[in-house]
Ligand binder design. Structure first.
Ligand code: FES
Length: 127
């Protein structure tokens, strides 16, 4: 998998969500504790830019209509309770795409934050 450096660690304060775009890659980076997470740059609900999104713990709130997503899993916490297995989860997110944001793998090397160029394949996650 290819990774592209898009930020420096010091540019991502703990508890904040910021959009970064470099080298043709655009992602929303969050820092929860000591871990950096990367989500797609636009909200899966109506596609608004996530500039101004707020972070409470690991929960990101969209500035437009306040749908919430876990920065850690990309999932809307309200949409995960009905899943009993991977296939029901896949069915759900195919038919309710705003329930899940694409999550990208992140590598932090020294002070440089690099993001994968392709999203992580979806797997059901216990939240
Ligand atoms: S556009 Fe983000 S919650 Fe509606």
């Amino acid at each position: 998998m290819e990774f592209v450096p898009i930020a420096r660690l010091e540019e991502i304060p703990a508890g904040e969500a910021r959009l970064f775009e470099r080298h043709g890659v655009r992602a929303l980076l969050t820092r929860v504790g000591d871990t950096v997470f990367a989500l797609q740059a636009r909200c899966p609900h109506r596609g608004c830019d996530w500039n101004g999104a707020t972070l409470d713990g690991e929960i990101l709130a969209c500035p437009r209509c306040r749908f919430r997503y876990s920065a850690r899993t990309g999932l809307n916490p309200l949409t995960t309770a009905c899943h009993v297995n991977q296939s029901t989860a896949e069915y759900h997110y195919r038919n309710f795409p705003e329930g899940r944001a694409e999550l990208y793998d992140v590598r932090v090397d020294a002070e440089t934050v690099a993001v994968a160029t392709a999203p992580r394949p979806f797997r059901k996650v216990v939240v």
